[in-house]
Ligand binder design. Structure first.
Ligand SMILES: *[C@@H]1O[C@H](CO)[C@@H](O)[C@H](O)[C@H]1NC(C)=O
Ligand SMILES: *[C@@H]1O[C@H](CO)[C@@H](O)[C@H](O)[C@H]1NC(C)=O
Ligand SMILES: *[C@@H]1O[C@H](CO)[C@@H](O)[C@H](O)[C@H]1NC(C)=O
Ligand SMILES: *[C@@H]1O[C@H](CO)[C@@H](O)[C@H](O)[C@H]1NC(C)=O
Length: 324
């Protein structure tokens, strides 16, 4: 996530020399769905059951895009107060999404202390109902967020700064640290530790961008760590792992949006399939499978953070990749 993070995270990856498991390169079919105006850093994605993509970016606006339209366009669902960016987004109940807003400081890749807030956006009514759940007083970054894999009351959030997973009670708004580990922490050269966060079964799946791996860990009903954290697959030199889409039907556990131009499918044994497209995958920040019909379910929607041309960040947007 985030502009200047590109450089710090890339340096971290280059400095880490790791032996990878089997890596297969493949050319996927990649198509551009939508491109935002310049200087929009596109950050995260969630998909509604009606197929519409919900997109967060370096903006106080939450966007919706119908990927099935002849020329998809972004409409604004809601504009949040006290925010210059929306970070994580995840579905917490049918057509109810939690989103994380804050005031981001690009120079230090952290939000202003006290600015983070968790909201819910409920699409079950004709006009989406937006509600503030709570402000977060004592974290500077909630990056990936996900509903607890089996306790519907809890939202879990990846703190890339202190290397922790936080829990937020979706009913009361109470929050605190669920667990913390050196394996979730950033490094001296990479400012973002745990980044993407997804849940399935009794496990959390996550990426650590700075340390360069995709891992998994079991959690108890309160989100606490159970057993040890397993490193499933390491990133290779020059690749920085960002957010993840879990793959519930294929031979992969998930697909990792990776900088500078990849989505990487990872199997349980750590083997990787790399789909690379230097023209259409532009610093991918997150990914999610389409929903609503079979064609959508085969399509991985990838958010492109964008690329710098001089001082301008351009071509932030959405790409569609057929991965199966
Ligand atoms: C896309 O949406 C924006 C904002 O609502 C609007 O200004 C623009 O005209 C739309 N473009 C197309 C091609 O419909
Ligand atoms: C953060 O603030 C919450 C709410 O005041 C408190 O319960 C929790 O202990 C604090 N956690 C940390 C790590 O400071
Ligand atoms: C990942 O890298 C670490 C550190 O170099 C190494 O100990 C571990 O065996 C690697 N794991 C996999 C699954 O490749
Ligand atoms: C790892 O799993 C993948 C997907 O199931 C499979 O194609 C591959 O052969 C396996 N590799 C090894 C070394 O077992």
């Amino acid at each position: 996530m985030r502009l200047s993070t590109y450089t710090s995270a890339l340096v971290a990856a280059a400095a880490t020399c790791i032996s990878a498991a089997a890596v297969t390169r493949s050319v996927g079919s990649v198509r551009t769905v939508y491109t935002f105006p310049p200087n929009t850093f596109v950050e995260n994605i969630a998909v509604r059951s009606n197929s519409n993509l919900l997109i967060t970016a370096s903006s106080a606006d939450l966007y919706s895009i119908n990927p099935k339209a002849a020329s998809p366009n972004a409409t604004v669902v809601h504009t949040f107060p006290n925010a210059n960016g929306i970070f994580g987004i995840t579905e917490v109940a049918h057509d109810v999404f939690a989103v994380l807003t804050g005031i981001w400081d690009f120079a230090i890749t952290r939000a202003e202390l006290g600015s983070l807030a968790v909201w819910t956006v409920n699409f079950n009514t004709a006009t989406p109902k937006v509600k503030k759940l709570t402000g977060i007083a004592n974290s500077t970054i909630f990056n990936g967020i996900v509903r607890h894999p089996y306790n519907p009351r809890l939202l879990l959030a990846a703190d890339s700064a202190i290397g922790a997973v936080w829990r937020v009670d979706l009913l009361t708004g109470d929050y605190g640290i669920a667990f913390q580990s050196p394996l979730l922490a950033p490094t001296e050269t990479g400012s973002l530790g745990i980044n993407g966060l997804k849940a399935a079964g009794t496990n959390l799946y996550f990426t650590n961008s700075a340390q360069g791996f995709f891992g998994k860990v079991a959690v108890n009903s309160q989100g606490g760590q159970v057993g040890s954290i397993k490193i499933v697959s390491n990133s290779t030199t020059g690749i920085v792992f960002d957010d993840i889409a879990l793959d519930k039907t294929g031979s992969k556990i998930g697909w990792i949006a990776s900088h500078p131009a990849q989505v990487i499918g990872v199997a349980d044994n750590g083997s990787q399939v790399v789909i690379e497209d230097t023209a259409k995958l532009l610093n991918p920040t997150s990914a999610a499978f389409g929903r609503g019909d079979l064609t959508q379910a085969k399509t991985l929607y990838v958010t492109n953070g964008g690329e710098f041309v001089g001082w301008d960040l351009v071509n932030g947007g959405i790409a569609a990749v057929v991965v199966r």
